[in-house]
Ligand binder design. Sequence first.
Ligand SMILES: *Cc1c(COP(=O)(O)O)cnc(C)c1O
Length: 458
Amino acid sequence: MGEKINRREIPSVTKLVGHRIGKELIQEFGRQEFVSECRKTLEFIRNNSGDFCGVLILEEILEKIKQNLNRKSTKKLKPVINCTGTILHTNLGRAPLSKEVGEVLKDISVGYSNLEFDLETGQRGTRTAGIEEQLNTLLGVEDCAIVNNNAAAVLLVLMTVAKGKEVIISRGQLVEIGGSFRIPEIMEQSGSILKEVGATNKVHLKDYENAITENTCAIMRVHPSNYRITGFTKEVSLAELRELSIKYNIPLIDDLGSGTIVELDKWGVYDEPTVNQSVKIGGDIVTFSGDKLLGGPQCGIIVGKKDYIQKIKKHPLMRALRCDKLVLTALQYTLELYKQDRFNKIPLYKFLERNTVELHRLAKDITRDIPQGTYEIQEDYAYVGGGALPTQEIPTVTIKFKGDYSAKKLSQAFRDQEKPIIGRINQDQFILDLKAVFEEDIPYIQRITTKIWGDMNG
Ligand SMILES: *Cc1c(COP(=O)(O)O)cnc(C)c1O
């Protein structure tokens, strides 16, 4: 312990404000924020002066203030780098939009737009007119409604068509999909009555048929999304349910969850039903998310037969659940990429497309300045995520750091950066998974990796 510092040596706030670094911090964080942090830090030094060495260096105090300000700013939304190996990571904002879509968003957000204005007639227009046209072209659907997320979509659909009446659903589909969205609870909230049929692992067509009464108002299928039952199982296909729904003249609701509108076999992904299939088979109402496999903004998309969709749009809650112009712009321009068959511009599809040879090249780039033998480049499996395809392993390449520093510490060091790098911890080891990393972030990751390696070994 050094000699106690003299209280008179503690600088004034004015001195910190006038310093070059102080001025930079004011630029970055604002004067009020900076001054308030100066007061707190100086107060701390005053109260703990015994812990400090004889000489107080102004730059060191300012460095401490900068750290505190940076720590506080981690609560603000900001870009991060996803090295978790989960492409649609719910905690990291699910689907990144295509760059092109981002450009349009910038223009729309800072000016006026024809959100509810028909440029042809000069009259008031509807905010989803353009999207209706696109979904009609892409999926052949009669109509659509767009709400804040798919949870809202399911709620609104049930409130409109099933309030006070029975909805038949298989026991195996009464799922919970992260963040407290549970099908039975949503049904309860909507005021509809859950009529569950079959056993957890098996359900037969006759189970559905036997459950139909004059009080039945819909048959519902829910995609199990984030889990799979395997082994001794049986499901009733959507086509069979469709026949039943026609025979008894009751609507068929299909909650697809992820809702891809392209076949994914090309990328070795086989068990995801497409929206096109559901619509073709004749789901009267089909719901899916905008920010899962579609690669668009967070929203819930309801498509189907005009009669039902019109009723849904007229429900009083529609106004409470509708999307703002930025979401609608992002959705429209994302759908445009599908229409032009350029959906490979959507990051999700870019990442799926990238093979392990390319990923090895990125890994080599990142580790170029750290000594061989202190890390390992390995092939591993990544996941789509976002509650989709939970068992589908996608080949990826990871970087694992050897040495006896703790995985937790390493993970924190990567997080503590200006653009935080979020990796994953696997069997007590910290790894960077490159599956969902943007190419343009590679030089930055390389720099940070080298710096952290130096700090850990220096
Ligand atoms: C993800 C999902 C939802 C909820 O969708 P959000 O867009 O997250 O609100 C509902 N149903 C299914 C089947 C899902 O997979």
